[in-house]
Design a protein around this ligand. Structure first.
Ligand SMILES: Cc1cc2nc3c(=O)[nH]c(=O)nc-3n(C[C@H](O)[C@H](O)[C@H](O)COP(=O)(O)O)c2cc1C
Length: 355
């Protein structure tokens, strides 16, 4: 089967994964309005392309908080990569390193942060954090990640509780018994595990803005907040000294009815201006989606499910292929729109269609 676009990888994953795993990857909350709107919203945006601009030389590079990456697409944090391929997050880390982009590693990885760092020693990684009710465990994880070279901490703020994903409830989704949330291995008895095969009290619902300074006191690494959807919260994030904001609705897996991320982006970019970097995830499936998100002010985008489909197809090689396709499509879209480099991409490049 020739793999020429990301939906080819989606079709492959749907055909080859066990149903429970496919459903877990695909799930959105409740009626999946937000999950689906993340993709549909891109169809409402059209380009204003410019012509005759000598597109023979182009540059897709950008930088995240000062670290250069080859193109503005990174890997969003998703849990349990061994569900997709045997080497799990080690394969993800190797693919991101090979393609010179950023990999945000989930707290709920099926490999430890040390194993992931050893698999791709020159990779650029941030640690995604879910704060445990027992703060000592979170403090230890942040310190371990910093010790093995992670360069940022991404605090996910949209999960005081897990959204209601109907298929996961129907399937009684559980992590298979031979897999574990490795960063906490040994801390909990498996029999105590509750929903999703997660250790008990894995996500502290009492988390609040007051905890940002606690997190800052633990580490020298920059803090990035993931899950912001309004200008009010963007403003609070900046006031609390965060260095980056990921506009995200968790791939539509949390509050159904939250806006598509590309629709929420503009007010956040306008509020934050240059006080922090603004990124986006949710619904990125083509290089032209990447161009639209950058045109509306995102510095970089991150892919969640498409990375899982690539890992399912052929582990590290499959994910590299997914990233390469996005890079090729992004470069082509830039060329056809008349942008030589990312600094030429701006709001002048897009218009909203009446569709
Ligand atoms: C299977 C799956 C697991 C996820 N696990 C996490 C996680 O552990 N931490 C987190 O912050 N976000 C998690 N997310 C959300 C992603 O980081 C991201 O916001 C979302 O997948 C982006 O949408 P996309 O899948 O349309 O690219 C998960 C998403 C999926 C689909």
């Amino acid at each position: 089967m020739p793999m020429i676009c990301l939906s080819d990888f989606e079709a492959y994953a749907k055909k080859h994964l066990p149903k429970m795993t496919w459903d877990f990857f695909a799930a959105g909350a409740d009626e999946c309005c937000t999950r689906d709107d993340n993709l549909l919203a891109y169809k409402r945006i059209r380009f204003r392309p410019r012509m005759l601009r000598d597109m023979s030389v182009m540059d897709t590079r950008t930088a995240l908080l000062g670290t250069e990456i080859s193109f503005p697409v990174g890997i969003a944090p998703t849990g349990f990569h061994q569900l997709a391929c045997p080497d799990g997050e080690k394969s993800t880390a190797r693919a991101a390193e090979a393609m010179n982009t950023c990999y945000i590693t989930s707290t709920f990885a099926t490999c430890t942060v040390e194993e992931i760092a050893a698999a791709a020693p020159n990779g650029f990684r941030w640690l995604q954090l879910y704060v445990h009710c027992n703060r000592v465990l979170t403090e230890a994880l942040v310190r371990r990640a910093e010790a093995v070279g992670f360069q940022g901490v991404v605090l996910t703020v949209d999960v005081p509780y897990t959204g209601k994903r109907r298929d996961d409830v129907r399937n009684s989704f559980q992590l298979p018994s031979h897999m574990a949330v490795k960063n906490f291995e040994g801390v909990f008895e498996k029999e105590n595990c509750i929903e999703y095969g997660l250790p008990p009290n894995s996500i502290d619902p009492s988390l609040s803005w007051n905890d940002i300074s606690w997190l800052q006191s633990l580490t020298r690494l920059p803090i990035i907040i993931k899950g912001i959807l309004t200008k009010e919260d963007a403003d609070l994030a900046v006031r609390h000294g965060v260095k980056g904001i990921i506009v995200s609705n968790h791939g539509g897996r949390q509050l159904d009815g939250a806006p598509a991320t590309i629709d929420a982006l503009i007010e956040i970019v306008d509020t934050v201006q240059d006080k922090a970097e603004v990124y986006l995830d949710g619904g990125i499936r083509t290089g032209s989606d990447v161009l639209k998100a950058l045109a509306l002010g995102a510095k970089c985008v991150f892919i969640g499910r498409p990375a899982l489909w690539g890992l399912t197809y052929k582990g590290e090689e499959g994910l590299r292929k997914v990233l390469q396709i996005l890079l090729d499509e992004f470069r082509l879209s830039m060329a056809l729109a008349g942008c030589h480099n990312v600094s030429e991409i701006g709001r002048h490049l897009v218009q909203f269609s009446k569709l």
